[in-house]
Design a protein around this ligand. Structure first.
Ligand SMILES: [Zn+2]
Length: 450
């Protein structure tokens, strides 16, 4: 197989440098070497291809059919070399990469063009590599645009504006697809939060749905395998969940939010429902407060509900009966808000025991369980809030694009790599290089040159 050999010559003064200074010197050199090698390589592969197709320079040999087409007359044979034009990738992980883009002239229509720009994965006028854009966007998924470009400048020594980072997010974020089909046959967890987006000063809703593919043990801790299946900002649940409505999730898990309850009742009539048990306990106090109870009074009721849900000795039927009896007591006291709240949840609290999928397990009772709370989706919400609460007001489309990118970055690396056309590390055999180093000192110190 033909190879490109790049000969690199490094000359440094023969001064005595201690290790710290030697490291500083070669760090400086390292910064220059990468882009110099990339420049040489990009030019060498173009020249090698021209030699192969057109024959060696200055030799008039019969030409084979070219692997490119004339953009003017669509001819595929009969080209001659026509110098180069300067091309520069200003932003890359290696720093700026200037190189010559080789050109050819079509003998038939006399038009001159550069056949290799597309081969190199370059769009006309593209000045930053998509691998670099991916790095900037990866950072922007975690901290504000302003901080992300400062970090890239700091770490990669490439300056890029916050506006450019924002533009890359909007361009690529639009093509992210969250696959609703991943919810088929699996637990679907839904949650909403508020973000500072849109025209309402109080912000607007952000709806998120994830499905759980399973639970793995990593380093002694259980880790959820998560697939994001829907995300919508400033939308109703029917809009956000449009594609989900065609799926059959294994179960739907949600907190008591009335908007989501309404949509689920309408959309997933046949699907087992699980009201988040954590929320039931923690929200009950607020409803009792609406019924005029003081915190201490409310707490005794909340503790009873907690006992019913979590007391390990209770069987399922004991739990059901105890909850039913408790609701009757609450009704007798005239706590209408709390009754309404508990009744709405009652029939959907125990799906995790009634219809277990075995993702969880009750050690004490040796019984398979299913998920009983929305905590995995809420954990994602906390991440989202941390990124979006930066004091700025977002455009709904802008924050949607950013968050979709962040979700696939963390949970769908294959889509992320495809989106930026990234080489998959460890999967690409052509990503190996041989480096040989030989050193000489000139003139030899023991030779008298005077
Ligand atoms: Zn032509």
């Amino acid at each position: 197989m033909p190879k490109v050999e790049i000969h690199l010559s490094v000359t440094v003064a023969l001064d005595w440098l201690d290790v710290n200074r030697a490291i500083a010197l070669f760090q400086e050199m390292q910064a220059q070497v990468g882009c110099a090698l990339a420049t040489s390589y990009l030019e060498a592969i173009q020249d090698a291809t021209l030699d192969e197709v057109l024959g060696p320079k200055w030799e008039d040999v019969p030409q084979s059919e070219a692997p490119w087409t004339c953009p003017q007359c669509e001819s595929t044979a009969g080209f001659k070399r026509r110098g180069s034009r300067r091309r520069k990738l200003r932003k890359s992980s290696l720093g700026p990469i200037p190189f010559e883009l080789r050109q050819v002239t079509c003998r038939r229509c006399h038009s001159t063009f550069a056949p290799f720009a597309g081969w190199l994965g370059l769009e006309p006028y593209q000045v930053s590599s998509s691998e670099f854009q991916a790095k900037v966007v990866e950072t922007a998924c975690q901290v504000s645009y302003g901080r992300s470009v400062a970090m890239v400048d700091d770490l990669a020594r490439v300056q890029v504006s916050a506006t450019a980072a924002h533009r890359w997010v909007q361009e690529r974020g639009k093509s992210v697809k969250l696959d609703a089909g991943r919810a088929d046959g699996r637990p679907l967890l839904l949650d909403a939060t508020r973000v500072h987006a849109g025209t309402n000063p109080r912000g607007c809703n952000l709806n998120l749905g994830i499905s759980l593919a399973g639970r793995r043990w990593v380093g002694g801790r259980a880790q959820m395998e998560i697939h994001p299946v829907c995300l919508g900002v400033d939308e109703t649940w029917s809009e956000t969940g449009e594609a989900l409505a065609a799926c059959s999730p294994g179960r739907v898990v949600y907190d008591g939010d009335p908007d989501v309850v309404q949509w689920i009742e309408k959309t997933f009539r046949e699907v087992p429902q699980q009201r988040c048990s954590w929320h039931l306990v923690h929200e009950l106090g607020r409803h009792l407060w609406e019924d005029g109870l003081k915190q201490a009074q409310a707490r005794t009721w909340v503790n009873q509900v907690r006992q019913i849900l979590y007391q390990p000795e209770y069987s399922l039927s004991q739990r059901r009966a105890a909850l039913h009896a408790l609701i009757q007591q609450v009704r007798d006291r005239g706590f209408t808000h709390a009754v309404h709240y508990l009744e709405g949840a009652e029939s959907h609290l125990f799906a995790y025991r009634e219809q277990p999928d075995g993702m969880f397990f009750d050690q004490q009772r040796q019984e398979p369980l299913a998920i009983s709370s929305t905590s995995p989706v809420e954990r994602q919400m906390r991440e989202i809030n941390r990124r979006t609460d930066v004091g700025a007001r977002w455009q709904p489309a802008g924050v949607t694009n950013l968050l979709r990118l962040d979700l696939i970055r963390r949970f769908d690396m294959q889509q992320w790599d495809l989106l930026w056309d990234l080489p998959r590390s460890g999967h690409d055999e052509s990503l190996t290089a041989n480096l040989q180093v030989s050193v000489s000192v000139r003139p030899s110190p023991n030779v008298n040159t005077s």
